[in-house]
Design a protein around this ligand. Sequence first.
Ligand SMILES: Nc1ncnc2c1ncn2[C@@H]1O[C@H](COP(=O)(O)OP(=O)(O)OP(=O)(O)O)[C@@H](O)[C@H]1O
Length: 266
Amino acid sequence: MTLQSSAAALLEVDGVTLQYKTEAHLVAATYRVSFKVQSGDRFVLLGPSGCGKSTLLKAVGGYLTPTEGSIRLQGRTVDRPGPDRMMVFQEFDQLLPWKTIADNVAFPLLASGKYGRREAREKALEYIAKVNLSRFAEAYPHTLSGGMKQRVAIARGMAMEPAILLMDEPFAALDALTRRKMQDELLQLWDDTHFTVLFVTHSIPEAIRIGNRILLLSPHPGQVKAELNSLYRDNTDPQTHQALEDKINGILFADRVEEELEVHHG
Ligand SMILES: Nc1ncnc2c1ncn2[C@@H]1O[C@H](COP(=O)(O)OP(=O)(O)OP(=O)(O)O)[C@@H](O)[C@H]1O
């Protein structure tokens, strides 16, 4: 037993290169990306379209194997999907249309063998309440708005109480007002349970609102440009946000690689 093991990060992504093999050629999605997520982090992967954010998230999910480097969750190498990592996607059609909201949320709890029928239902209802949808527990997905469906998808992911929740642009398809509301709700949920989330977005304002840490990735293939730490969300001063947005824009479009920045504006 060493001190090092007790201080280990929850998720360690170490020098990860990810590639897609197509018939014609090899597409490099990320190149030697490293970062560490601590328990309770709201860790954001931010970068322009095509920089490999979704690919990284899929690799953490265990759906893709790195060609170089390693991914470890709670000290164990990730080599397949597992109930300790739940995904929430952008699309509104990620729910099973023939199942009620309660049954959708209970589904992975039952399928994974984590709970029996009665406990799964109780757990599902508990998380449906957390996303303020108790009134719709017996409704079917097609009767819900896009924002409500996303809340169900979040409840379904959280009900499994995974080690880490993986969110791939979950609010990108929503209108601006709903998107803002959903960001607030996610933060309220975090206040409730302090879950760990790895959140992908290409929106700088969204990254600033959601993240306590932000990893900035360069365009294709994605490489780490900088890591912003110690972001305090209770600082809602628009000037501070604007200054941070400007700083991120500067980093994303400057020619600097692998820079560690500590930003304190709390
Ligand atoms: N299934 C695939 N087969 C081949 N290439 C792929 C595949 N999926 C993604 N790519 C390529 O890998 C690179 C990274 O894609 P990825 O979707 O991870 O980027 P992203 O940063 O999430 O972009 P976006 O914000 O547009 O979703 C891109 O060049 C993309 O074209």
